[in-house]
Design a protein around this ligand. Structure first.
Ligand code: NAD
Length: 356
């Protein structure tokens, strides 16, 4: 039994989640699998119902599941709550921490039929882009101690620290993923300046020599990587990097695709448990209108099939169905262009299901 905790959250979360569940139901029937979906409250709605953005019952539900499918949280209604009660800070970050989700995977993909939406020149993206980031998520400068502002308010310190084990486990994930793709990893660091980066490069290189010499490994300084992403993004396949560099570079890369409604993500740990979510927020401006793009959430569900349930062929079937719908000219409003057919959120889900 594949148990999935379904945390739809706020704003467009429930709308896009409904379409992902439709797709998973069809996958279950077609490939003879059983999924057990159990819903839990998270974010603003959880605060309204229980007084907490991440109630204990929701944590329990996730603990008793093999994977978490997450919609989005937040909205103006909860913006003025104290920090620990706010949907994003009080739910999303604690969930990642509680479950020790140290590997953040963010695919950055431009489907050739959507290349016009990119912020880059057509000649750079017309054949599509297919990059996946492996960002270390629980270490580095966001967590290192000491981290404080001095009592006189005139100086401050953050600490960037990494241990061998923390580097190794995310590197293993990146190399393993590269084996299922084009066998290319680019490790991004700042080894000309930072001690943590010198260690990072050493550990990645040793691991590569010992266990992954079939993969083509390159190293790039983070400032150069930021330039190369907009100069020639097609050169990249798997990008492996630490927490802060990954935060910045994956956001930069996501803009190359032109639509936040298409970007999925996964946060994983050592076993197969993972949390899967679209990269976008709760989009309060379009919530309740049935016009949100559900593709990011459906692609996140496909990642769940691949990484938590070893269902690679099923995940590919979902991705192909999405490509087919786009090729057939169907678009939600955020990716709409002249000559295409505009469809609602639920219609987009139905069209993907039809092509499965
Ligand atoms: P957002 O991603 O919600 O929206 C940014 C813009 O993109 C909006 O114009 C929105 O309409 C559009 N958009 C987003 N997703 C879309 C989709 N699937 N289809 C079509 N258009 C889409 O970011 P924001 O406006 O900065 O934040 C809104 C709320 O979401 C805030 O409360 C914020 O804290 C929260 N947020 C939550 C998460 C999360 O749950 N992981 C992430 C980011 C922001």
């Amino acid at each position: 039994m594949n148990k999935v905790a379904v945390l739809s959250g706020d704003g467009i979360g429930p709308e896009v989640m409904a379409e992902a569940l439709k797709v998973l139901d069809v996958i279950a029937k077609k490939y003879n699998h059983t999924f057990e979906f159990k819903e839990g409250y998270v974010g603003g709605i959880a605060y309204d119902k229980t007084g907490l953005p991440l109630p204990e019952e929701t944590i329990q539900l996730c603990e008793n599941s093999n994977a978490v499918l997450f919609g989005s949280v937040g909205g103006p209604k909860w913006e003025n709550l104290p920090p620990e009660k706010q949907p994003e800070r009080g739910a999303l970050l604690p969930l990642r921490k509680h479950f020790n989700l140290f590997a953040n995977l963010r695919p950055v993909k431009i489907f050739p039929s959507l290349s016009h939406a990119s912020s880059l020149k057509q000649e750079l993206v017309k054949d599509g882009i297919d990059i996946i980031f492996f960002r270390e998520l629980t270490g580095g400068i966001y967590f290192g101690q000491p981290k404080k502002i001095a009592e006189d308010g005139k100086s401050a310190v953050d600490t960037m620290a990494y241990k061998e084990e923390e580097i190794k486990r995310i590197a293993v994930k990146a190399f393993e993923a590269a084996r299922l793709r084009n066998k290319k990893v680019c490790s991004v660091d700042k080894a000309n300046v930072l001690m943590t980066s010198i260690l990072w490069r050493k550990i990645v290189t040793e691991l590569h020599e010992k266990e992954y010499s079939d993969i083509e490994l390159s190293h790039m300084f983070v400032d150069n990587a930021a330039m190369q992403l907009v100069r020639w993004p097609a050169q990249f396949d798997v990008i492996l990097t630490e927490n802060m560099f990954g935060d910045i570079l994956s956001d930069e890369a996501s803009m190359i695709t032109g639509s936040i409604g298409m970007l999925s993500s996964a946060s994983l740990r050592d076993d197969q448990f993972g949390m899967y979510e679209p990269s976008h927020g709760s989009a309060p401006d379009i919530a309740g209108k049935n016009i949100a793009n559900p593709i990011a959430t459906i692609l996140s569900a496909a990642m769940m099939l691949r990484y938590s349930f070893d269902m690679d062929k099923e995940a590919s079937a979902v991705e192909k169905a999405i490509q087919k719908v786009l090729k057939d000219g169907y678009r939600t409003v955020d990716i709409m262009s002249e000559g295409q057919k505009e469809v609602s959120c639920s219609m987009m889900g139905n069209l993907i299901v039809e092509r499965l």
